[in-house]
Design a protein around this ligand. Sequence first.
Ligand SMILES: Nc1ncnc2c1ncn2[C@@H]1O[C@H](COP(=O)(O)OP(=O)(O)O)[C@@H](O)[C@H]1O
Ligand SMILES: [Mg+2]
Length: 497
Amino acid sequence: MLEAVDIAKSFGEVQALAGASFSLAPGEVHGLVGENGAGKSTLIKVLSGVLRPDRGQVFLNGRRVVVPSPAVARRLGLGTVFQELTLLRWMTVAENLLLDDLPRGRGGLVQRRKLADRAAAVLSSYGVESIDPLEVPDRLSLADQQILEIVRTLRRQPSILLLDEPTASLSAGQVDWLFAQVRRFRTEGGSVVFTSHRWKEVEELVDRLTVFRNGRDVATRERLDESEAVVLMTGRRLGEMYPPVPTATSEDVLLEVREVRSNVLDGVSFSVRRGEILGIGGLAGQGQRELFLTLFGARRAKGGEIVVGGQRRRIRRPKDAIRSGLGIALVPEDRKQEGLLLPLSVRDNLTLPVVGRFAIAGLIRRAEERRHVGELIARLQVKTTRSGSQAVETLSGGNQQKVLIGRWLLAGAQVLLLYDITRGVDLGTKHDLYKLVAELAEAGHAIVFYSSDTDETAHLCQRVLVMREGRVVRELAGAQVEPEAIVAASVMETAEV
Ligand SMILES: Nc1ncnc2c1ncn2[C@@H]1O[C@H](COP(=O)(O)OP(=O)(O)O)[C@@H](O)[C@H]1O
Ligand SMILES: [Mg+2]
């Protein structure tokens, strides 16, 4: 049905596709899987006429085609749901859905009521009853916007459906709905390309899948087991995911927390030494997030003491945390909300809080700034160019996370509060982040680490505090630090500290 041969595409110095090929059989659902940044979306955009490739060919039914624009792609029977939403914000759901054939009255005016009824009928024919046709997309949930995109594309009755990460914002039930639509589409003779960085989800749906890595296809299979998926997607073995836990800790206590209380925290005490990775465990929502935000000064404590490098400090806002002698920094799970200025470059994001350090008499010493930025990018293995000129918003989540860590390092923070930093991050970048955390401990930082993935906590931390209902109920150290032990301590009723 569709074949891509040796497609290459670069954005400046970033090579997104480096000779990628795959072929789609008639009536097939074909998964494209691979880590964030592997090049899946770029390939979808090339096939859909949004991007012109630097090299390579596209064949449709065995005939070479050139797809210069999305309109031509549609005419060729390709229907695409892009990773980014494309709904028009100033139009209603109904107008977005029926844009191609708006019912018009005698004066050429669009008939609002008729339009709404027709849109409702279209939605309902795809089993969607919950979306109001007269609403504007901005007022819908992300999931409903995504569903609307999908219905809009299906309604045009393409012969090939290209779905780029369509499940990212959907709930489990909505994913079932989507899979039912895809299966129906296939039964009616259509072929489907489906991308995701979660191969498990794809495997359930697809007839075959092609794994992408660094802009190339590396294998096409009907099935993949987990260890093979990891090797193909990351180039690494499963057992090599975690670095060895750093062993050398000094007696030097960098952070001590004494009986800290808030609305949620019920008297939390602990200390972290230089070179230590202290895990915070427990079931979700037992006060872990509150603890991190409180230590960083983003939430007010109601009582207790925070001692940094032997000195009692008042931490009422993040500025106090950063300036508290040794510097306390928070890297949160949601880098979009907290900290990064997405449209700005990697360089600007790294140097923003310390830009004065590179200045003499008001002039920024660009050469020195460049050198520091280049060193940090290399040390953190940020997947971007050495100059740091790429906009942060075009990096994958895990790479954005590295930039945020880099900023705090440059600002001189010694106590790092890492809160669920690998959430939603692909496997290879997770591996980079684990290594980075271990290296930072070895370099003498004190790290407080929380993860929603207990395996991570168990593999990275020397000591783990298990929290329940705002309190530390158990401390595990050394050989006790095992995923099973953390889980057991999280759910067991016996409160022993
Ligand atoms: N418009 C762009 N400008 C610069 N770099 C880009 C752009 N689009 C994608 N990239 C880069 O190309 C690479 C591949 O990205 P993408 O195709 O989105 O991967 P995937 O969809 O597999 O996550 C990434 O390194 C990404 O940062
Ligand atoms: Mg993508």
